[in-house]
Design a protein around this ligand. Structure first.
Ligand SMILES: Cc1ncc(COP(=O)(O)O)c(C=O)c1O
Length: 380
């Protein structure tokens, strides 16, 4: 426009560290698995089955209904959704859960962030037993919570005595227990959780968060019944894996009602959009079909374990929708050789080990063919 001066933003070489960012963020890079466009993508523990068409149609219906009210803010407390999530947990978790015990957010990552904003924060610490889900440490950093890396056994199980000692020595405010664990696939015994809960209450009351993102794929029952009489225990869950809805961003927790009240001190108002709530409610109407896919994936997961062992790989027992396999002298080289054959798996930075997500039978066959070739090369 004549006479008007356009403000031009310069995108010249300016990096994160040139900005006045918080000290703990300096020199860090954002979380993210490579999103490469290859034929077989088995690197982010997604469910390979698209939502069934009747569910897609139901989502369209419920979202259309929600759209008519988008001029208003959504139900801030997501009561209908939390009621249905509670019913799902009660039906599948062998433990009665009411709406007052459930809280939901945009993915379980947001649930975990809200927990650390509430119970962690500056001057406080959280512990996890590593290798485990790397976002626990990253969310700790983002919320100003100090991070303590606790020990694990060589076979990736938790050494109860060593873990209890780490809790006693460090007196963390939040203890993370991931079961089944990512990236190893190992499940945690109820007795271990009980022992660590006791250890976490010994010096001062601390919160224990059991991350059950993959529990629907487990050979074992959920740890939900442990909530009884333990107000400082939280179980977090997600619709990203078993419900095949990673794109929906819906995670939730079950805990004592006081915990549900506490996280509301930090949640942003109206954090869960009306579209998200409508979509999640539609998915919950189709729980039985979606859990049918989980059963198929469990069979495929067990097949991957058996066939990888037959190919000469070491494999960690898995209760999740993925399998950790190895061991490779050159881990990144092995990852690359598999990728060269069109299959993307995950190098989680555990020396010697890679992780593959259970896909469709065809995807798993392509992956096993790639590993067969890799193992032949390694023998040469
Ligand atoms: C152990 C564990 N917890 C939580 C999550 C986060 O899932 P979401 O934020 O999609 O619910 C993941 C995702 O991979 C995970 O592996």
């Amino acid at each position: 426009m004549e006479g008007s001066r356009e403000q031009v933003t310069s995108n010249d070489a300016l990096r994160i560290d040139d900005l006045p960012v918080r000290d703990e963020l300096r020199g860090k890079s954002p979380y993210g698995a490579p999103q490469l466009d290859v034929p077989v993508q088995l690197n982010t523990n997604e469910n390979p089955y698209p939502l069934p068409e009747p569910l897609v149609a139901r989502i369209a219906e419920r979202v259309a209904e929600a759209a008519r009210g988008l001029n208003r803010y959504p139900d801030r407390d997501a009561v209908e959704l939390r009621t249905e999530l509670a019913a799902y947990l009660t039906r599948t978790g062998k433990h009665r859960v009411g709406v007052e015990n459930v809280w939901a957010a945009n993915g379980s990552n947001e649930v975990l962030q809200q927990l650390l904003q509430t119970f962690g924060g500056p001057g406080r610490t959280a512990i996890g037993f590593e290798p485990s889900y790397s976002m626990h440490a990253l969310i700790a950093r983002g919320t100003g919570t100090g991070w303590i890396s606790g020990p694990r056994n060589e076979d990736f199980t938790i050494d109860v005595a060593a873990a209890a000692q780490a809790i006693a020595e460090n007196t963390p405010d939040v203890v993370f227990i991931t079961s089944p664990n990512n990236p190893t696939g190992t499940a945690v015994e109820a007795d271990t959780v009980l022992a660590l809960y006791e250890a976490a209450q010994a010096a001062k009351p601390s919160m224990v968060v059991v991350d059950e993102a993959y529990v629907e794929f487990s050979h074992r029952d959920s740890l939900l019944p442990l909530l009884e009489g333990r107000p400082n225990l939280v179980v977090s869950r997600t619709m990203s894996k078993a419900f095949g809805a990673a794109g929906l961003r819906l995670g939730y927790l079950a805990a004592h009602p006081a915990v549900v009240d506490a996280v509301q001190l930090v949640r942003l108002p109206y954090h869960l959009s009306a579209v998200t709530q409508a979509t999640a409610l539609a998915a919950l109407e189709h729980t039985d079909t979606l859990l049918g896919y989980v059963e198929q994936l469990k069979v495929e997961r067990d097949r991957l374990v058996t066939e990888l062992r037959a190919l000469g790989c070491e494999v960690t027992e898995s209760d999740a929708n993925f399998v950790q396999f190895g061991r490779f002298a050159d881990t990144h080289g092995a990852w690359q050789r598999i990728l060269d054959r069109g299959v993307l798996v995950r190098d989680n930075g555990v020396p010697g080990w890679l992780r593959v997500t259970a896909g469709t039978p065809e995807e798993n066959d392509a992956f096993l063919d790639a590993v067969r070739e890799l193992m032949k090369e390694q023998k040469r």
